[in-house]
Design a binder for this molecule. Structure first.
Ligand SMILES: CC(C)(COP(=O)(O)OP(=O)(O)OC[C@H]1O[C@@H](n2cnc3c(N)ncnc32)[C@H](O)[C@@H]1OP(=O)(O)O)[C@@H](O)C(=O)NCCC(=O)NCCS
Length: 200
């Protein structure tokens, strides 16, 4: 098992960090053989992302947004889709050209100075299949391409799945605690490959 688990990059045709949507689509094979398409989000993904949140459990939404279990308002999701600095990645279970393909996970990278704030949401029925690790790895690569110095992650102290996922990044340089919320700062070392997956 590598630091990033056993996802395999099946096809990669990125065209640069400025491109959004299907143009930067890559295909990853998860350890159980399922293939997912991963690409940056575009504004017409709102319906798919709203559906993702509706299909997630209240606990997953609460762990992602740290504020109750309600679904975020569409205006907030729309802002997340195309951040001014950073990128939002979406995973779909099959490689589809249609913006209506179901979104099963979302990964956000928001730039704040030289820090890249990272957050993940994997649909409950897709959790524990290596998808969260694969998306985190791609965000690390994106952050390194963007020249960020470190990642910042806000994680509830009880959120064992996310804490285990983040362990793959290596030791944080700082862990701050505000009540039940941990903020981990993880320095970037520019060692990630584009998918990371399946490589020794
Ligand atoms: C955290 C989350 C993104 C992980 O995604 P995932 O696709 O399940 O992650 P993976 O399958 O790649 O597993 C990564 C690690 O988490 C562990 N894990 C996943 N689900 C787990 C669970 N329910 N209980 C314990 N460990 C769990 C895996 O065993 C693995 O650890 P290991 O390599 O030490 O065995 C997902 O659970 C999620 O979306 N949770 C709700 C939102 C959230 O918590 N976001 C984080 C806010 S920053």
């Amino acid at each position: 098992m590598t630091r990033w688990g056993q996802q395999t990059l099946v096809a990669d045709r990125p065209t640069g960090p400025a491109v959004r949507g299907l143009a930067d689509l890559v295909t990853l094979r998860l350890p159980d053989g399922a293939e997912v398409g991963v690409r940056s989000a575009a504004s017409d993904d709102l319906t798919g992302v709203v559906d993702l949140h509706e299909r997630c459990s209240a606990r997953s939404r609460n762990r992602r947004y740290h504020g109750g279990s309600a679904r975020p308002a569409p205006t907030r999701l729309r802002r997340l889709l195309e951040p001014a600095r950073g990128v939002t990645l979406l995973a779909t279970p099959t490689v589809s050209q249609a913006p209506t393909a179901p979104v099963v996970a979302m990964a956000n990278l928001l730039g704040e100075g030289d820090l890249a704030e990272v957050a993940l949401l994997v649909r409950d029925d897709w959790q524990r299949r290596g998808l969260g690790s694969a998306l985190l790895h791609r965000l690390v690569w994106q952050a390194e391409q963007g020249g960020y110095a470190a990642l910042a992650l806000h994680i509830q102290a009880e959120n064992t799945p996310m804490l285990r996922t983040v362990r793959r990044l290596g030791p944080p340089s700082a862990v701050d605690r505000d009540g039940s919320l941990l903020t981990l700062t993880v320095p970037l070392t520019a060692t990630a490959s584009p998918a990371g997956a399946g490589q020794p």
